[in-house]
Design a binder for this molecule. Structure first.
Ligand SMILES: [Zn+2]
Ligand SMILES: [Zn+2]
Length: 355
């Protein structure tokens, strides 16, 4: 039998584990094994597989060594076969049409903040999913638990992304961005000059989630009125029980009620200022709740169906957001990430006074 590509098989396993919301450390085993094997000359790899010494390599354990040996023998690794058998069913009808229409993702994290993978890994996974763009939105400075980027680190990231874009395939680009904290007074946690430079600004509430309704409403309105903000991230901040062990940034199993604010006022402000409401696809968020999403559709809001991915496989979570969007009647032309990159950028520049 012709041998398979063991690196591709290991990466596919990692992707499927991430998509299943498995713990980061489990996924890491496969990603580090893939990196080790990729760096090895083919002859040495074959020799080690024959001699049974693959697991002596640093980064390769018994399980990953078995996968590599099976791949080299031309068999689909049993581990991969088992995972592939548990893949979800295909999307149907309106949800499938929405997913098909999406050209990119406006909310994703890398290992520069609390994500598990380098930017290039995230970008390559987005390319494989058929995206035309991925907006990189690492956290802002005050979110220290998530290793938020200082202004200096964000500037370095912008230089790094420019270099990566030169090397990525034509027809795909990483757009620059941030998930900026909406601070207690409604201001945004990054320098104005930087916010103006970024392609897309997602603003989210991560602290003082139990503020009373009047205070939270004022805070959110101030953020929406800020010309730099483009997308309002995970509207209510709720956490729901989700399958899988979760990852560093968003541990599953801990639930949290939605925060309290004047939904009608906040959504009306989004419409007035042309800002998009995020439909956050994470299985442990699924935010906004369906009833609120229906109100947003009726109010005339724009939307962005995002994954908030912290690992490459999680970029495939858009299906969950699409299912909910379809149920609530979200029209595809009001979904900003169904637009080509140029139109998306025109929109973000349009309400920021020129960035
Ligand atoms: Zn967030
Ligand atoms: Zn996020």
């Amino acid at each position: 039998m012709a041998s398979r590509d063991p690196v591709a098989d290991l990466r596919r396993i990692a992707f499927l584990l991430e998509r299943a919301n498995e713990a980061t450390y489990r996924v890491k085993a496969f990603r580090s094994a893939a990196a080790t094997v990729a760096a090895l000359p083919a002859a040495e790899l074959a020799e080690r597989a024959a001699a049974g010494t693959l697991s002596k390599l640093s980064g390769v354990g018994d399980v990953t060594a078995r996968c590599v040996a099976e791949s080299l023998n031309g068999e689909e690794p049993a581990y991969l076969r088992r995972l592939a058998a548990t893949e979800g069913t295909d999307l149907q009808g309106a949800a499938a049409a929405l997913r098909e229409a999406l050209r990119g993702d406006c909310h994703a994290h890398s290992d520069w903040s609390d994500g598990g993978s380098p930017i290039e890994e995230m970008a390559l996974a987005a390319v494989e999913l058929g995206h035309e763009y991925l907006v990189l939105t690492d956290h802002s400075p005050r979110l220290t638990v998530a290793n938020g980027l200082t202004a200096a680190r964000l500037r370095r990231q912008l230089d790094h992304v420019a270099k990566l874009n030169d090397a990525l395939p034509d027809g795909f680009r990483i757009l620059t961005g941030i998930e900026v904290d909406i601070l207690a007074d409604g201001s945004l946690d990054q320098e104005d000059e930087l916010l103006a430079r970024l392609d897309v600004v997602v603003g989210s509430v991560h602290s003082n989630l139990r503020d009373d309704s009047a205070k939270m409403t004022r805070r959110m309105l101030a953020a929406i009125e800020n010309p730099h903000l483009d997308i309002l991230g995970h509207l209510t901040g709720r956490k729901v029980a989700a399958a899988g062990a979760g990852d560093k940034g968003h541990r599953a199993g801990r639930t949290r009620p939605p925060s309290d604010f004047d939904v009608k006022k906040v959504l009306a402000a989004c419409v007035e200022h042309g800002k998009a409401v995020e439909i956050n696809s994470r299985p442990d968020r699924l935010d906004p709740p369906k009833r609120m999403l229906t109100v947003a559709v009726e109010a005339g809001c724009l939307f962005s169906i995002d994954t908030d991915a912290h690992a490459p496989g999680q970029l495939d979570w858009q299906r969950y957001g699409c299912e909910r969007a379809a149920l609530c009647g979200v029209p595809v032309d009001r979904v900003v990430n169904s637009w080509p990159a140029d139109r998306l950028l025109e929109w973000t520049a349009g309400h920021s006074g020129g960035n």
